[in-house]
Design a protein around this ligand. Sequence first.
Ligand code: FES
Length: 166
Amino acid sequence: MSFAEDLYSINKDLTPEVMARVDEIIARHRGTPGSLIPVLEECQGVTAYLPVELQEYIARGLNMPASTVYGVVTFYSFFSMIPKGRHTVRVCMGTACYVRGMNEIVNRIRSEFNVEIGNTMPDRRFSLESVRCLGACGLAPVVMVDSDTHGGVTPERIVDILNRYK
Ligand code: FES
């Protein structure tokens, strides 16, 4: 069994098709100084996230320590080690939203959908993120789902709102 096939047995997102694209990306950049970040960006464009097993594969391909790859992935916030959900829910923790009860809304999301901030539901329906301010403070408390802005949210309404996204 090749290393790439091994990866598929560990992580079903890393299909032979995905790994063929990863191989192409690595081959195109191999030997070019400073290629790690472009390789990681392109690979994340294919897989949507960078699990540790893929990081190890990239490290081998670029002939560098896995710890170097891990260090870069964890340093830059635009790299994610967590698979993304079909929908991204952004709860605003800025002052206006916070004082208008965002904590209760977040707690309702956590209990109703069993997902924590910074994580994705096991069925990948929602990824939950917190942000500082969504720039719509007059509508506080505000929750964004994908590109939709929902203002005046309450712990009751948030369940109905999220149930529109499957
Ligand atoms: S504080 Fe929430 S939108 Fe500005």
